[in-house]
Structures are given as structure tokens and as C-alpha cells.
Design a protein around this ligand. Structure first.
Ligand code: ATP
Ligand code: MG
Length: 558
């Protein structure tokens, strides 16, 4: 979490919890995070994780990880494992409380028989289209199914035969018997069970051909786990009466309370799993962990830290108000964390050769440099200075724009942590491209200002011979508009064609040769970078996490 600005973590849900503890309604609280394993977790899920695990932690309660796995055809174990890894990486622990809704399939089935016996559920033979037509609309009541008044014994028999596999998909459902005229369509005899033959469930295999609906499964799973506060997003607000109906009408041990909060939406990205899946399966990105994705795996590969993501979630807060959060909010969270923690290094992304003609050919100096300007505990290193160096091509200009403080023909600049140099000669190739600068250095300027003149510019550099080569990936937002797909059919039309720029032949100071996977650095003047898992010995790959300041909306640098 951010040490800089501790956020007062109060919100309306915490207030409810505090009241419930104060009044003695609950002596301890229990929450759960209930992902469906049909995709990777994204930054919106992080909000829910930080909320659910965070309140459990702060009030001495527990938070379960429960996979909501009632839709086997879209789910798989790759997603189960990825979700577990991401929750752990974010810094949370479910101890031995890992559950699957499918753990409760037998109990859910028994509760369905209980509803049937109480005359509160019936087997319906309307087709899916007919069910829809009978449901009515927001302004018109629905009509009763012709199967609504079947005797309980007949319902029980049919339901048992549904389980035994006697009927094909789509021919029968089990429905709750509530009220087809309810102003809330969720109470118009919602479907509790549907038949699905031939799918192999990632947990239960081929044991079942009858699958419970989410809205029926969720309240019972919560109750069986003794959840006190079932926190979910606002689209479930209208489902709450059915949630309560279920826990009121079956013999569960407790009655959890559902509380809704608003989803996190983030500018310039999409968060629906359907859309994220499409980006991956149709190859618009490299995978779920592509550093441009808003997934936890993508953010991790991009160089985000768990602390930055948690700080971001705390700052965004928890309310019932719709919101679209600026990307700048996420970026400032990682910048703050890395400014504090990332060692500094020099990396030249667009190398331009510099020869210091008055520096001996056979000499190399090891200049001592602190790894962090404010944190001595990060130590120091020596960087080699020699006659041949690289600077960044953008730090030299023959026709400098007004205010350009870097190197120009005949001008001076300070090489960071080293000497002041002057550009004496510009060498070009046949095409007129600048390929090399011939310079001289002022030997009295190591750690000292030059005599009698001011040198304003400071640029970074590396030794030509001792530097290591790397590929550097620069990322921009994945979409070119704040709300991709808004007002059009195809959100893919809003993809930013320049969301990835790959620079090869970048030159890094030699200390970076030993960087390990996931290690993060500030490349001075360029931004924060992380070593990508694509790296191999002698073939380093770095991802830019974020640049040094907020250039968002101003076109960005490079
Ligand atoms: P999608 O509709 O894209 O499939 P989902 O909400 O169904 O996403 P789940 O795996 O069911 O995804 O989500 C698990 C939990 O995370 C739920 O409690 C859900 O409310 C919460 N969650 C999902 N997206 C967000 C979001 N953008 N902001 C906050 N919470 C979210
Ligand atoms: Mg869901």
C-alpha cells in the first residue's frame, strides 16, 4: 500500500460491517471472492479482491476463494490456476478455504427437491423461446407456464429423471414458482436448472447432465460457507430479491446479506471477459498476459507491483456511483511505488555513437554511482566510462527547437554522473543521416561544475564496448478512445494500431546484464522498465511499465 498517502479506507460497506459487529448481529465476518473461471482476472476483479480480502483482513474475518463454475462449456482449469496465482500475487491468502460451487452440486440438487416438495419449484417444458415469450416485459406482466401447476410428486419424478439423463438438452428446466406478474422480472419463475449433455466439467467430469443456474447457486453457496456479507457489483441489485427468496425458502444454515457496489471501469480499455477473450483468441494481443491487457497477468508482465494495484484500488474507493477512472490514476500509483523502490540505471534506446577524441583509447574509468538518489540502502555500482560511448539520438539536434538544452554542434552537455563534453564534429552517412559525433571532454568536470560557464543539459549515456544490447518494448494504450466501442457495434475498430513499438539494438549499462525476470528499474530520463520473461541470456527484453511523468493526453513522449 502507499506509504505516502495512507487512504482512509472507509466506505459504505465497511460502515455496514462495523454496525453489524457493534450491534452483535455478527461476531465475526466472512466474505468471498467468487470468480467464474472463464477468463483471466482483470483490474476490475482486483477492486473486488481488495475489497473482499481487505475487509476480512481488517475486521479479523475470513475471505474464501470460490470458483463459480456453473457454466462448464466456457470454463477450464487453465483459468482456475491463473486466477489462484493472480490472487496470491496480489498479496492475499485464502488458507484452506478454496471452494468450487460444483462442490455443492449434490446439496443444490437436494435443496431443489426441497423446493419441489414445498410446491415452490416445477419442471417446465416450454422451449427457451417460449420461456422468453411468457416472461413478459418491463411494462407487461408475464404469463403462467402451462406446466406451473404440476403436482409435487410428478415434479419430483421428472426432476430425478432429468438428473438421470432421460431427457435431451433444452426439453425441460426446473423453475422456481414465484410470481409471473412481479414487477421484477427476476422473480418471474426464474430457471433453476437446465440440462446439458456431453460437456465435461473441469471439476465434476461427466457426473452431471443437469446444471444449476448462477442465481440459484450463488446464494446457497454463500449460505453453506457461512458468508455474512456477499459483496457484488451493481448489476446484481435487481437479483437481490431472488437471492433473498432462495435463502429464505431452503434449509440453509444462515442468511448472508448481499450488498452491491459499482464496477470499476477504466478509460482506454475494455473489461468484459467476452471482449478480452476475443482480443486473445483472435490474436489482437499476444495472450492474456500481453502487457497491454488490463489483466492482472498483463499488468504484472508490464511491471506493475501488487502494492501499486492495491493502492490504486484503495484510492478508487467503493461506492454505488457509476465511474470511468482515468488511466492516469493507475499510472500514478505505479509511478509512486517505483519512484521509491526501483534502482536507477542508464539505457540508451536509440543509440548514437560518440567518440571522445581527447580521451585515451586504452583507458576505462569505473565511475561510482548511487543506485537510488534517495535510498542509500539500494547501494551503488560502478559504470564504465571510455572513449567510445552511446547517447540517445534524440539528445542531439543539428537544428534544435527553442529551449533545446541537450547536445548541439559546437555546444556542451553534461553526461550524467560523468564529464561535460562538447560536440566538435558531426559525421553523416551517404544518406545524410547523423551516424557519429566527435567530441571532447572537460577533464575537470567530474562531480564538479565547469569553470566560468554554465552547462544546463544533462543526458544519459553508456560505454560502447561494455554496454549490452537489448530489445525494448514501448507500450501505448490499447485503444485510441476512452470508451472503446461506445456508440458503435465493433469495439475492435477502436484498437490503437500503435499500441506496441519495439526498439531493437538498444544499449544498456553492463550492470543490467544480470537482471532477473520481473526485475524493475528506472532507466534514467526514459521511464520505468521491467525485464520480460521473453529474455534469454545475451538477449535481454525490457518492457516499459510507464514513463516518468504524466504525458497522457499530450500525445506522450516517444
Ligand atoms: P464478465 O461479466 O466480464 O464475465 P464477471 O463480473 O462475470 O465479468 P466474474 O468472474 O463473475 O466476472 O467476477 C468475479 C467477481 O468480480 C464478481 O463478484 C464481480 O462482481 C467482480 N467484478 C467483476 N468485474 C468487476 C469490475 N469491473 N469491478 C469490480 N468488480 C468486478
Ligand atoms: Mg459473473
Amino acid at each position: 500500500m502507499s506509504d505516502k498517502e495512507p487512504v482512509a479506507r472507509t466506505n459504505f460497506i465497511r460502515q455496514i460491517i462495523e454496525e453489524d459487529l457493534a450491534s452483535g448481529k455478527h461476531s465475526r465476518i466472512a466474505t468471498r471472492f467468487p470468480p467464474e473461471p472463464n477468463g483471466y482476472l482483470h483490474i476490475g476483479h482486483a477492486k473486488s479482491i481488495v475489497l473482499n480480502f481487505g475487509v476480512a483482513e481488517d475486521y479479523g474475518g475470513t475471505c474464501n476463494l470460490r470458483f463459480d463454475d456453473t457454466n462448464p462449456h466456457k470454463e477450464n482449469v487453465e483459468y482456475v490456476e491463473a486466477i489462484k496465482a493472480d490472487v496470491r500475487w496480489l498479496g492475499y491468502d485464502w488458507d484452506d478455504r478454496l471452494f468450487f460451487a460444483s462442490d455443492y452440486f449434490e446439496q443444490l440438487y437436494q435443496f431443489a427437491l426441497e423446493l419441489i416438495d414445498k410446491g415452490l419449484a416445477y419442471v417446465c417444458e416450454l422451449t427457451p423461446e417460449e420461456v422468453r415469450a411468457y416472461r413478459g416485459t418491463l411494462t407487461e406482466p408475464g404469463r403462467d407456464s402451462p406446466y406451473r401447476d404440476r403436482p409435487a410428486a410428478e415434479n419430483r419424478d421428472l426432476f430425478q429423471r432429468m438428473r438421470a439423463g432421460e431427457f435431451p438438452d433444452g426439453t425441460k428446466t426446473l423453475r422456481a414458482k414465484i410470481d409471473m406478474a412481479s414487477p421484477n422480472v427476476n422473480l418471474r419463475d426464474p430457471v433453476l436448472y437446465r440440462i446439458r449433455h456431453g460437456v465435461v466439467h473441469h471439476q465434476t467430469g461427466s457426473e452431471w447432465c443437469l446444471y444449476p443456474m448462477y442465481d440459484y447457486t450463488h446464494p446457497i453457496s454463500d449460505a453453506l460457507e457461512g458468508i455474512t456479507h456477499s459483496l457484488c457489483t451493481l448489476e446484481f441489485e435487481d437479483h437481490r430479491p431472488f437471492y433473498d427468496w432462495v435463502v429464505d425458502h431452503v434449509s440453509v444454515p444462515c442468511k448472508p446479506r448481499q450488498i452491491e457496489f459499482s464496477r470499476l471501469n477504466l478509460e482506454y480499455t475494455v473489461m468484459s471477459k467476452r471482449r478480452l477473450t476475443m482480443l486473445v483468441s483472435e490474436g489482437y494481443v499476444e495472450g492474456w498476459d500481453d502487457p497491454r491487457m488490463p489483466t492482472i497477468a498483463g499488468l504484472r508482465r508490464r511491471g506493475y507491483t501488487p502494492a501499486a494495484i492495491r493502492a490504486f484500488c484503495d484510492r478508487v474507493g467503493v461506492t454505488k456511483a457509476d465511474n470511468l477512472v482515468e488511466m492516469a490514476a493507475l499510472e500514478s500509483a505505479i509511478r509512486e511505488d517505483l519512484d521509491r523502490s526501483a534502482p536507477r540505471a542508464m539505457a540508451v534506446l536509440r543509440p548514437l555513437k560518440v567518440v571522445i577524441e581527447d580521451y585515451p583509447d586504452d583507458k576505462t574509468e569505473g565511475l561510482a554511482v548511487a543506485n537510488h538518489p534517495k535510498d542509500e540502502s539500494l547501494g551503488s555500482r560502478r559504470i564504465p566510462f571510455a572513449r567510445e560511448l552511446y547517447i540517445d539520438g534524440e539528445d542531439f539536434s543539428e537544428a534544435p527547437p527553442p529551449g533545446f538544452k541537450r547536445l548541439v554542434p559546437g555546444g556542451e552537455v553534461r553526461l550524467r554522473n560523468a564529464y561535460v563534453i562538447r560536440c566538435d564534429q558531426v559525421i553523416k552517412d551517404e544518406a545524410g543521416e547523423v551516424v557519429e559525433l566527435r567530441c571532447s571532454h572537460d577533464a575537470d568536470t567530474l562531480g564538479r561544475n565547469p569553470e566560468g560557464r554554465k552547462v544546463k543539459g544533462v543526458i544519459h549515456w553508456v560505454s560502447a564496448a561494455q554496454s549490452v544490447t537489448a530489445e525494448v518494448r514501448l507500450y501505448d494504450r490499447l485503444f485510441s478512445v476512452p470508451e472503446p466501442g461506445a456508440g458503435k457495434d465493433d469495439f475492435l475498430a477502436d484498437l490503437n494500431p500503435d499500441s506496441l513499438r519495439t526498439l531493437t539494438g538498444c544499449r544498456l549499462e553492463p550492470s543490467l546484464a544480470d537482471a532477473g525476470p520481473g526485475q524493475r528499474f528506472q532507466f534514467e530520463r526514459e521511464g520505468y522498465f521491467v525485464l520480460d520473461p521473453d529474455s534469454r541470456p545475451a538477449r535481454l527484453v525490457f518492457n516499459r511499465t510507464v514513463d516518468l511523468r504524466d504525458t497522457w493526453g499530450r500525445g506522450g513522449k516517444s
